[in-house]
Design a protein around this ligand. Structure first.
Ligand SMILES: [Zn+2]
Length: 234
């Protein structure tokens, strides 16, 4: 599947992860008519250094910001599993919840993190929740989501096995797919602005990430690209 999928699910750890890390591919697919669902595994309660903000308040703010960013990009729905931010670990409990949402919305394509990535370039130690989100997504995708022997109680709830066709892991060490996101750079940047509570902490990282994604095309023009490991599942 090289063209845009009909339905896609983005499985990440925190509000702001979709736009921050995969915003270019999401913008391209949304423009092409893909029905996109975000599955956000944690509540984002640790996304501040300001101890005067009560966690419940920050959780609510980040939901509003995430919904606004998703609306701007034309994303159809945002689902939260509300695990505590900073404490995400693979387990059968969270795997089952992810399997349930995959079976409910039946995406053709899934985007998540590469769980093997401890760092990015020479500027970023990857958040443990990102690695955990990637591992949870992979565990859910194989073999559980497509097998009637895994979580049969979900089948009794009407959630039949469903195997997506393809998985995209963001920023694999040696990507087998480079997506040119130059044309949607402004859209991605505008979507990120909705995460106002996070902007201060993300400015430097955002600039570094942008440098990381810059390259030069065959005509000598500067371009931005996102790297993925694309894995066929069915
Ligand atoms: Zn994150």
């Amino acid at each position: 599947m090289n063209s845009a999928p009909k339905r896609a699910m983005v499985i990440v750890a925190h509000p702001d992860d979709p736009e921050f890390f995969c915003g270019g591919l999401i913008a391209l697919w949304s423009k092409a008519g893909t029905k996109i669902t975000y599955l956000i595994l944690t509540d984002g309660r640790k996304g501040t250094d300001d101890l005067t903000i009560p966690p419940v308040h920050l959780i609510a703010i980040r939901r509003q910001e995430q919904q606004a960013a998703a609306d701007y990009l034309g994303v159809k729905r945002v689902i939260y599993l509300d695990e505590p931010d900073g404490e995400l670990k693979p387990s059968l409990t969270i795997e089952k919840r992810v399997v349930a949402e995959l079976r409910r919305y039946q995406p053709d394509a899934v985007i998540s993190f590469d769980p093997t990535r401890y760092y990015l370039g020479d500027f970023y130690l990857n958040h443990p929740d990102h690695r955990a989100a990637g591992e949870i997504a992979i565990n859910a995708l194989f073999p559980a989501v497509g097998s009637p022997l895994y979580y049969p109680e979900l089948i009794r709830e009407g959630l039949e096995p469903h195997t997506p066709q393809v998985l995209y892991l963001w920023d694999a060490e040696t990507p087998n797919l480079w997506v040119d996101v130059t044309g949607v750079d402004e859209t991605k940047t505008a979507a990120l602005q909705y995460h106002a509570s996070q902007i201060n902490g993300l400015v430097t990282l955002g600039q570094q990430l942008r440098e990381h994604q810059k390259t030069v095309d065959s005509a000598g023009q500067e371009m931005l690209r996102e790297g993925y490991q694309r894995i066929s599942l069915s």
